[in-house]
Design a protein around this ligand. Structure first.
Ligand code: ADE
Ligand code: ZN
Length: 340
């Protein structure tokens, strides 16, 4: 990988549309917060924690991801977690973010919904003031818990109105089809939330169809398994449904075995709207720029391809049309002025 391409990808104006805030918890912060909140960790050292991040599949990752969340207790913890991600985002020229948070992971441990969201929103507001990073916050429901718990979470969010822009669906996919959450998402749509859903990461293509038809998803998170169903690929291309693809995540969770086998390029060649994202960067060995660079290196993507992916990231966002256009113009200007 040339240092030049990394410099190009780093400076490229980008949006990140698939990022779990809880997945940005670096081992260093996990240890710091564990000490601050007097919580015992299952790891003896930072190295011990990193060594445990050797996943077989989505579930083996989720087990550690949820265990790590035990250190997040106070509003300040959620602020610090979010702020640390946003400082990195600013360094990577990520100028718009649509991060997920998983309220149930915290409310089920007795943490108040208000504690979680207030910490997160304060950091997002501060980053908008300080770095000009715009945001739309996405509240994600855990699909391996009952839909009644998701409905209760939707009720809790009412107090915060449109400070939550969208709702999503994540956690263990196989065996938890979108149809189980039809009522929750219908209510969310009625209340004016935008809709996204994880589908087709480990689950079959029919879960992607369910997310579109039953949940009303406007974007599909991951979606890489759509390639197994040519008619679905045609539909996604025709309707310009964006996929938020996470290359390093897919390799680390063995959705694909190596980056050179990653379907990103095939998805682009099929005419799909594709964006690159980092998913859970503290666990998967890289932030957004790393995902651009590693995918480019393994799949032979050019600067023109990377600029097109960055344009797509703004186009697929929930920004209004004027803001999208302005950001896309910045990407074009950056590519035209490129001296890296
Ligand atoms: N929660 C955090 N990361 C996730 C992923 N990659 N898939 C499903 N749920 C998640
Ligand atoms: Zn995800």
């Amino acid at each position: 990988m040339s240092a030049d391409l990394r410099a190009f990808a780093l400076g490229l104006p980008k949006a990140e549309l698939h990022l779990h805030l809880e997945g940005t918890l670096e081992p260093e912060m996990m240890f710091e917060l564990a000490e601050r909140n007097r919580i015992e960790l299952p790891y003896a050292s930072l190295e011990d924690a990193r060594a445990a991040y050797d996943f077989r599949d989505l579930q083996s990752f989720l087990d550690l991801y949820y265990a790590g969340c035990a250190v997040l207790i106070e509003e300040e913890d959620f602020y610090d977690l979010t702020w640390a991600y946003l400082v990195r985002a600013a360094r990577e020229n990520i100028c718009h973010v649509e991060p997920f948070f998983d309220p149930q992971t915290h409310t089920d441990r007795g943490i108040l919904f208000g504690t979680v969201i207030t910490g997160i929103l304060r950091a997002l507001e501060d980053a908008e003031d300080r770095f000009g990073i715009t945001y739309k916050l996405i509240m994600s429901f855990l699909r391996d818990r009952p839909s009644s718990s998701a409905l209760q979470t939707l009720e809790r969010a009412r107090l915060y109105g449109h400070r939550v822009a969208a709702v999503g669906l994540d956690s263990a996919e196989v065996g938890h089809p979108p149809e189980d959450f039809a009522e929750v998402f219908e209510t969310a749509r009625d209340r004016g939330y935008r809709i996204v859903a994880h589908a087709g990461e480990e689950g079959p293509p029919r879960y992607i169809k369910g997310a579109l038809d039953v949940l009303g998803a406007e974007r599909i998170d991951h979606g890489v398994r759509c390639l197994e169903d040519p008619a679905l690929v045609q539909r996604l291309a025709r309707d310009r449904v964006p996929l938020t693809v996470c290359p390093l995540s897919n390799v680390r969770l063995h959705v694909v075995e190596t980056m050179s086998e990653h379907p990103l390029r095939r998805l682009m060649d099929a005419g799909l709207v594709v964006t690159i994202n980092s998913d859970d960067p503290a666990y998967f060995g890289g932030y957004l720029t790393d995902n651009y660079v590693e995918a480019a290196g393994a799949l032979g993507l050019t600067r023109t391809d990377l600029a097109a992916l960055a344009e797509a990231s703004f186009g697929a966002s929930f920004l209004d049309d004027d803001a999208k256009e302005a950001r896309i113009a910045e990407v074009r200007q950056y590519a035209a002025d490129d001296k890296t």
